[in-house]
Design a protein around this ligand. Structure first.
Ligand code: ATP
Length: 207
């Protein structure tokens, strides 16, 4: 069992772990602000930004950067940030990425932990179409955060914990479009991520 020991007289409480999954193509400030704020509000020990190996819900919509490149960007984005971790379990497992399988791995790793599945309201609105949604709801506490735009309602048959985070009008799609038409990315993506993008020539960047 993985427990936290608070002092030598052993007040023992289970760990609280957030699972924040995504394509992260690329990771941006909206992701990071969400992760640190949910961590703070829910007093989580850890938030794992889990990089989807194969984001099957995005099949046929566009080309996705390689899983390894997206993982490297997430690692760069969170370097030195307390309580955030880049998760590579879905990449190691291979194949399509199903949250229920990932939760099983996290329960095994952090035995006895309470696990929170964190999603933006756009993702929550589609939750009913996720593979084994009922199982995910049993394996974890569901957490939804609002994104800018008209609020999207998560399916009411599940129990949702709503957490307020600063709403940042930023999305990976907009950032990819910015690369194509040369609009500025600075401050929307961290410099460390911009460096990985330049080094690996992602999104058509030249150097
Ligand atoms: P894309 O624009 O390519 O669809 P995205 O910006 O939505 O990408 P994802 O990696 O698909 O990024 O999202 C991972 C998770 O982060 C999802 O739960 C999504 O709702 C959430 N998320 C993305 N952007 C924000 C944001 N600006 N504020 C809060 N949550 C966000």
């Amino acid at each position: 069992m993985v427990w936290q020991v608070f002092d030598s007289y052993t007040l023992i409480v289970p760990m609280r772990v957030g699972l924040f999954g995504g394509t992260f193509d690329p990771p941006h400030l909206g992701h990071l602000v969400t992760a640190v704020n949910v961590r703070h509000v829910l007093k989580l020990d850890l938030v794992v930004l889990m990089v989807a190996n194969d984001p099957w819900q995005k099949h046929g919509t566009r080309e996705v950067a390689s899983a390894q490149d997206r993982l490297t960007m997430v690692q760069a984005a969170i370097a030195g940030v307390d309580g955030l971790l880049a998760g590579d379990d879905e990449i190691t497992r291979g194949g399509p990425s199903y949250t229920s399988d990932t939760l099983a791995v996290l329960h095994e790793r952090y035995r006895g932990a309470e696990i929170f599945t964190i999603v933006g309201d756009d993702a929550a609105a589609k939750f009913g179409s996720w593979q084994r949604a009922d199982e995910i709801a049993k394996q974890s506490t569901l957490v939804v955060v609002d994104r800018p735009g008209s609020p999207l309602l998560p399916p009411s048959e599940f129990n949702w914990h709503r957490v307020e985070v600063p709403r940042l009008e930023v999305s990976s799609s907009d950032l990819r479009a910015r690369f194509i038409d040369g609009r500025p990315l600075k401050y929307l993506v961290s410099d460390a991520v911009l460096q990985v993008i330049a080094e690996r020539r992602l999104y058509g960047s030249k150097s």
